[in-house]
Design a protein around this ligand. Structure first.
Ligand code: UFG
Length: 329
């Protein structure tokens, strides 16, 4: 089967491409390389450089390739940036998805797996979070992802398309080969920032708030290995191929770790003291985000294999130690 991976040069996209190719699938990648990296494009994938907001570009890919299903990662994903430049997020995430869907409908392509986020929930009403819980995003990024989910829902009703939306919790870790890993610019995520300390790129890690109502006062998150996320996409494509209905699934381990616990684990993995400095809360951070992934486990048969935090951080450390500047030479 031929799968089109939009955003296949990005962090989660590139890891999904590696898993698809390992599974023997034929992969086509489209990416505008704004935040993705050409070095992360798998050599066995056919690559098209372009933007999903460009209808002629998307049409050209569908005209040239016989695509069975689309996996859609092409979006901006920084919560902080989305609050200062919301229209950038509406343009790339919402408008880009609209153009993509117009082209898919015109070409009769009717299966899509889509990266959504825990940010669609906003402040959770209970832990663990289930897919049926209320969705009231507290930032523009989450709001645009929720708008994209709704666009899929209504387009599916009108045009017979089917979709799977995967709501990720905190993606982290790197591919076992050491060839690809996390490389954002600017970096805002906790684990890569912590690892900049033992990599001599930062003197300490800032802890954003220690007065939350959690066991040590710091925020709790559900850290999920990027390879486990990648596997869920393959299962979601198979689920759609088997003729199943559109659906939404959380992807997390169901176990929460505090910021302090993550730092402590990184100290153990790297053997570095990693000084931490308590600072004020970061705007918009919920105290706890932990997934119930019972639905993905039951319906998709998803079984995360790298749930151990020490193993996750060790895989990230292997990548960052060898690539302190990401993909830059
Ligand atoms: N944190 C620090 N210091 C840092 C960076 C982060 O203490 O230098 C804390 C944050 O306050 C938060 C936790 O570490 O409590 C994790 O922060 P990340 O930025 O790594 O991840 P988020 O939980 O904010 O964001 C993730 C995804 C987003 C998604 C969001 C859902 O990266 O894409 O979950 O709320 F939108």
């Amino acid at each position: 089967m031929s799968i089109l991976v939009l955003g296949g040069a990005g962090y989660i996209g590139s890891h999904t491409v590696y898993e698809l190719i390992d599974a023997g699938e034929d992969v086509v990648i489209a990416d505008n390389l704004e935040t993705g990296h050409i070095e992360a494009v798998h050599p066995k994938a056919r690559f098209y450089k372009g933007d999903i907001r460009d209808r002629a570009f998307v049409d050209c890919v569908f005209d040239n390739e016989k695509i069975d299903a689309v996996i859609h990662f092409a979006a901006n994903s920084l919560v902080g940036e989305s609050m200062v430049d919301p229209l950038k997020y509406y343009d790339n995430n919402v408008n880009g998805t609209k153009v993509l869907l117009q082209s898919m409908v015109a070409h009769g392509i009717d299966k899509i797996v889509f990266s959504s986020t825990a940010a669609t929930y906003g402040e959770p009403e209970k832990i663990p979070i289930e897919e049926t819980d209320k969705t009231e995003p507290t930032n523009t990024y989450g709001e645009t992802k929720l708008s994209m989910e709704k666009m899929f829902k209504w387009t599916a009703k009108a045009h017979g398309l089917r979709f799977v939306s995967l709501r990720y919790f905190n993606a982290c870790g790197a591919h076992k080969s050491g060839e690809i890993g996390e490389a954002h610019s600017p970096e805002t995520h906790l684990i890569p920032l912590i690892l900049q300390v033992p990599n001599n790129q930062r003197e300490f890690i800032s802890v954003f708030g220690d007065d939350y109502d959690t066991k040590d006062g710091t925020c709790i998150r559900d850290y999920i290995h990027v390879t486990d996320l990648a596997q869920a996409h393959i299962l979601a494509v198979k689920y759609l191929m088997a003729g199943n209905e559109s659906n939404i699934f959380n992807l997390g381990n169901g176990v929460g770790f505090t910021v302090q616990e993550v730092i402590e684990t990184a100290r153990k993995v790297t053997g570095h003291p990693i000084p931490a400095k308590i600072e004020g809360r970061r705007a918009g951070d919920p105290a706890q985000l932990v997934a119930s992934s019972v639905k993905a486990r039951t319906i998709l048969g998803w079984n995360p294999e790298h749930a151990d935090l020490e193993e996750i951080i060790a895989s990230a450390w292997k990548w960052h130690k060898a690539h302190p500047h990401g993909y830059a030479k």
